[in-house]
Unconditional design. Structure first.
Lengths: 593, 159
């Protein structure tokens, strides 16, 4: 391996490409050749670093300097200052205060990065980068020093639980699959990350694909499998191509394929692509999809550990679960178990979204409180507004209100609060959010994604959506809340798979904590958060209106009347509640009633 | 010009290429359909019949698969397919306005193809690029931080 004193990683995410990332790479190469530094400084392409909105961007190692907004014209100056004179160029440095829009910033104090440790740091398309960060050492250790039972024991002791959502102990799952009778077994990685707003797995697949591959190879050794599949959703084309490159590189070095590292152990991997169906994240549906059938779930048991892919024992884990494994093997079960709570060990990645100052990816030890995540890691609520709720766990999760802010985050306490860990989506909602609208949004999603196989889910989610839509439209009826409650109960207990069983959660949790908002919609025909269009009215404050006519001229339906320099009036019957008048008024004279 | 349906020759060519690439096995059905869909823009009935014959799979189960997955289309699509991300993080940062602008600019509703065969407008589930929402995808190009004013300019880039 060639030695370089410095590495430049240029982000080639779509956003940065548009802003000229390839031109930047070319300019850097040319300038380094011209200055004779090409043997000392290596230019690499990487996925998103986190400042794409200010792009094109790059990281310079070993210093770890993050430059943004560099154009090819700036390159000669930058190369001279940074690489010849050794001075950091302040004007291109990523402004430290500007973290909005970041996907993965520098870790805050409360964060611990195990799964995300290499993301943004190594070139995902170069296996040597991964090996330099202790990559494939865990696989070597397992193959040469450990029996499969010892591997399972280590994973059991680490306390790692499935990071896909349900939180089943990973070691136990491996044990079941190992003990299941049969010569042919499979390992499958669930990379069908479909929860809206959750992109933790995409980041790992695109930023550190070998961690997943290594984790799967270790799992295969432990359970006695020789073939693995990564089922990746088709919405992630970059992840699929990064994985394919990584698999090929691992094969070339003998880390996948026949007789890995001379140990006699064979294992190979294949990437399978979905075709856009949320339910395929459910493990039995995923298996059906890999087999080339409709991605419909089937009842369990038999669990995949006994009867999975082509009816053979199959171990299905999520991307994040596998990515944890190499570190656990290398650093030991005790090290991993030192993070987290008694029953929920280790760390978890979350995608923070919504009304927060700092959104993006984080990785925190379990047991951290929601308050720490929202205020310390996420920087608090945007525009100084008040926190209302946080939606955790995706469309099958629930909304948790302010009284649970000091809840330590683990599988059990989240279940108590009426939600689930899920895959790690976390949408923070401020005081301007209508909870009925939120419940309606998620139900819209699940009824669309219901595969249609079982009736409670197929018909029930549709009925719930109709009722919620009716309530938001101001046509809620007496008895609607009770009807919702009984429907939710029916769907939860009678649906076939996790999608249907979890589908009522957003409704149940909002009813539990924000019942008065539902009542205000139904009985008072009022939307307290002033969101539902049918229940709000725009009005002009006579004292603030100067009669400038801007609102009247911009109104698309001519609902505003009034003479110049006279107070204007909105006709509520013509008004379509588009809100344009409020946006254009320079005097804050338009209000929502 | 109307929405283009493909000639038999082209269809056979696409099916042959896809089956050659993945092999005539039932487990490769989704990759094969994906590939044909990508080549032709949709999966014509003729293609379905040919795949059914080659894979020895009933047409009914093929249609079951093709109609199950959002990304596979059994209807002809326009030359350019616009996908609008309708997930929550894009929704809360102004996605709805972008979608309205798209519909107005194209004169189309979701899942419609323009009469001249140029555009098809569809919605997609989360693309995972939430930190630059709202997001739209035209063919294979991803556009982030889109607002309603940028829509005409983006569309103008396509012939």
């Amino acid at each position: 391996m060639k030695y370089y004193r410095s590495h430049v990683l240029v982000c080639v995410d779509p956003e940065c490409l548009q802003k000229g990332a390839h031109e930047l790479v070319d300019a850097l190469q040319d300038e380094l050749v011209a200055t004779g530094l090409i043997d000392e400084v290596q230019v690499l392409e990487t996925s998103r670093i986190g400042g794409c909105s200010l792009g094109p961007e790059m990281m310079v190692y070993p210093e770890g300097v993050h430059y943004v907004g560099v154009t090819p014209d700036d390159v000669p100056y930058l190369v001279e200052e940074h690489f010849l004179k050794g001075r950091v160029v302040n004007k291109f440095q990523m402004p430290t205060t500007k973290v909005v829009d970041e996907e993965l910033g520098a870790p805050t104090q409360k964060e611990v990065r195990i799964v995300l440790r290499n993301c943004g740091k190594i070139d995902p398309e170069n296996i040597e980068d991964y090996i330099a960060e202790d990559g494939y050492q865990a696989l070597a250790k397992v193959l040469t020093e450990m029996t499969p039972e010892e591997v399972i024991d280590t994973v059991l002791k680490s306390g790692l639980r499935g990071r896909g959502g349900a939180g089943f102990p990973t070691g136990k799952k491996w044990q079941f699959t190992r003990q299941a009778p049969g010569d042919i077994k499979y390992v499958v990685c669930n990379a069908d990350e479909g929860d809206p707003g959750a992109f933790m797995n995409r980041r790992v697949l695109e930023g550190d694909p070998h961690a997943v591959i290594e984790g799967m190879a270790i799992a295969a050794y432990a359970i006695g499998a020789h073939q693995g599949y990564i089922y990746c959703r088709a919405e992630y084309p970059v992840a699929v191509s990064t994985l394919n490159i990584a698999i090929q590189q691992a094969r070339n070095l003998g880390l996948l394929g026949k007789d890995i590292l001379g140990s006699g152990f064979d294992f190979d991997l294949e990437v399978r692509m979905g075709a856009g169906a949320f339910v395929c994240g459910e493990e039995t549906a995923l298996i059906a999809s890999i087999e080339g059938r409709r991605g419909e779930p089937r009842p369990r048991p038999p669990f995949p550990a006994v009867q999975g892919l082509w009816n053979r024992p199959t171990n299905v884990n999520n991307v994040e679960t596998y990515a944890n494994i190499p570190q656990i093997i290398l650093k030991g079960a005790e090290w991993y178990a030192s993070y987290g709570t008694e029953k929920s060990k280790g760390t978890k990645t979350f995608a923070l979204a919504g009304d927060l100052n700092h959104t993006g990816l984080i990785e925190v030890p379990l047991g951290i409180t929601l308050r720490e995540i929202i205020y310390d890691v996420g920087g608090g609520i945007k525009d100084g507004k008040a926190f209302k709720a946080v939606q955790i766990g995706g469309p099958m999760g629930g909304c948790v209100p302010a009284e649970y802010l000091d809840l330590p985050l683990d599988y059990e306490s989240l279940a108590q609060a009426g939600t689930i860990m899920g895959s790690g989506g976390m949408i923070v909602l401020d005081e301007d959010t209508c909870m009925v609208d939120v419940a309606r949004y998620f139900m819209d999603f699940t009824q669309d994604e219901s595969c249609g196989k079982c009736t409670p889910c197929r018909v029930g989610t549709r009925r719930i959506l109709e009722i919620l839509t009716r309530i938001c439209d101001g046509k809620g009826q007496d008895g609607d809340i009770e009807l919702l409650e009984s429907l939710c109960q029916e769907i939860r207990t009678n649906s076939l798979c996790g999608l249907g069983q979890g589908a009522p959660n957003p409704v149940v949790s909002t009813l539990r904590y924000f019942r008065e908002e539902f009542e205000a919609h139904i009985y008072e025909k009022r939307c307290p958060a002033k969101v539902c269009r049918a229940l709000i009215r725009y009005e002009i404050l006579p004292d603030a209106c100067t009669g400038c006519t801007v609102c009247a001229r911009n109104c698309p339906v001519n609902a505003i009347s009034g003479e110049r320099r006279q107070t204007h009036v909105i006709d509520p019957d013509t008004c379509i509640r588009c809100g344009i008048c409020m946006q254009v008024c320079n005097f804050n004279a338009v209000v929502i009633e | 010009m109307s929405v283009e349906t493909k000639s038999s020759e082209k269809i056979l060519e696409a099916v042959n290429a896809a089956i050659e690439k993945f092999g005539a096995k039932q487990e490769e059905l989704i990759p094969i359909l994906n590939e044909v869909n990508r080549q032709l823009g949709y999966i014509p009935t003729e293609a379905m019949e040919e795949i059914s014959r080659r894979l020895k799979e009933p047409k009914s189960s093929l249609f079951g698969v093709a109609s199950f997955y959002h990304m596979l289309s059994t209807k002809p699509r326009g030359r350019h397919v616009i996908q609008f991300c309708e997930s929550a993080p894009c929704h809360v940062v102004g996605g709805r306005e972008v979608f309205e602008a798209l519909k107005e600019e194209l004169g189309l509703e979701a899942n419609e193809t323009s009469p001249d065969g140029k555009w098809t407008l569809i919605t997609t589930s989360c693309l995972g690029v939430c930190s630059v929402g709202p997001v739209i995808v035209v063919d294979e190009d991803i556009y982030g931080n889109v607002d309603a004013r940028k829509v005409p300019e983006i569309l103008a880039r396509y012939e």
